[in-house]
Design a protein around this ligand. Structure first.
Ligand code: AMP
Ligand code: MN
Ligand code: MN
Length: 346
């Protein structure tokens, strides 16, 4: 933390970036830290390759996020947020890897330790929790705008304080953010209370696509481009639908196979499938995702695969027949307190 603070104190031009297909944590962390560095008088560019989902467009400062990077500009440092590896940032990874200073701020236990400085805490409920600590260490006070982004990051990554990553810090930090003027009801209304008709139609078709493995332990959901076109929805509308599959009784692992758009927008690759995994806690979703070159958390993970749909399904069903193999091993459980884990390099 001290080294990163020193590094940022002497940097003038800083690039902040988070992962493709951003969620509330990727966007909230980006904005909160961006506004803090603004306060310090830094020249800051906020970057995300993908469009911002409509539900997050209310965040104050969201208009600062750029989707194109001027590759000829000179930066003293890049801060990568909520990215378990550098490629998660999308096509600009090749440019960023040549930056003189890369700072990796993340909470995925599968983080591969890229970059020169690391603030990686697998026990943090969200990257926003780590950003909160960094902003404090930088000596910047939270504006209501920054607080709104931190709150949204924690709210969404903990599934509204329901997932197993919900820790005491989630409540302590959110309590402080509410004290700074954050309105929980307004944020909840923006994030969860406003659905397009298309999204509801998509939900209908997504529920219809559910298949259960023969042992009842795996639920598979498929969203094709055809279905997205029919309902006039995009990748952002699919966010959270997998939780319906996860909530089916006896299901240990829910899978959503989502066909990536042919134009590559909002996806990790062109064509192919983005696969999301959600576990009920009895199997390690991140370990399964790693098998396919992806990563994530114990209970929420993902990967990209370029293979025919039938093959993707077959490989996942093979895993379903042997889920005991993916039960957690004690060493992977985040047991250490945040203060210790914060320094851990993964
Ligand atoms: P999602 O299912 O897209 O909401 O992602 C669930 C978790 O898995 C998030 O923490 C992501 O950062 C992570 N994840 C998703 N896709 C990938 C990928 N291709 N590579 C590494 N991590 C991923
Ligand atoms: Mn994320
Ligand atoms: Mn996150």
């Amino acid at each position: 933390m001290d080294q990163i603070v020193q590094q940022l104190n002497k940097s003038h031009n800083v690039l902040l970036a988070s992962h493709v297909n951003p969620d509330g944590d990727a966007i909230g962390s980006l904005i909160a830290l961006g506004l803090a560095l603004d306060e310090m008088g830094k020249k800051v560019v906020l970057y995300n390759e993908s469009p911002i989902p409509a539900v997050y467009r209310f965040l104050p400062g969201v208009e600062r996020i750029q989707h194109h990077l001027d590759v000829s500009a000179r930066y003293d440092a890049a801060i990568l947020l909520d990215c378990s590896n550098l490629d998660r940032v999308g096509s600009v990874a090749d440019v960023i890897c040549r930056f003189p200073v890369i700072i990796n701020v993340d909470h995925h236990y599968t983080n591969n330790g890229f970059g020169h400085y690391h603030l990686i805490s697998p026990s943090a409920c969200a990257t926003a929790e780590i950003v909160y600590g960094l902003v404090k260490a930088l000596g910047i006070s939270f504006s209501t705008a920054m607080a709104t982004s931190i709150y949204t990051g924690i709210l969404t990554d903990t599934g509204s304080f329901r997932f197993s990553n919900t820790n005491r810090s989630a409540f302590v930090i959110c309590d402080e953010m509410v004290g700074l003027g954050v309105k929980p009801d307004e944020i909840a209304q923006h994030v969860y209370g406003t659905y397009s008709l298309g999204r509801l139609k998509l939900l209908n078709l997504a529920l219809d696509s559910i298949e259960i493995s023969s042992n009842g332990e795996l639920a598979l959901m498929v969203l094709t481009q055809e279905v997205m076109a029919k309902t006039e929805t995009d990748v952002c509308d699919a966010d959270g639908l997998i939780n319906y599959a996860r909530s089916i009784e006896n299901v240990k692992l829910a899978v959503m196979i989502q066909e990536a758009p042919q134009n590559g927008q909002g996806a990790q690759g062109v064509g192919g499938f983005n696969v999301s995994l959600r576990s009920n806690g009895s199997v390690d979703a991140a370990a399964i995702a790693s098998l396919f070159g992806g990563g994530g958390h114990f209970t929420a993970a993902g990967f990209y695969i370029d293979a025919p749909l039938l093959e993707v399904k077959r490989r996942l069903k093979d895993i379903a027949s042997n889920l005991e193999q993916w039960e957690p091993t004690a060493c992977l459980l985040p047991k250490r307190p945040a203060s210790v884990a914060m320094n851990a390099r993964r």
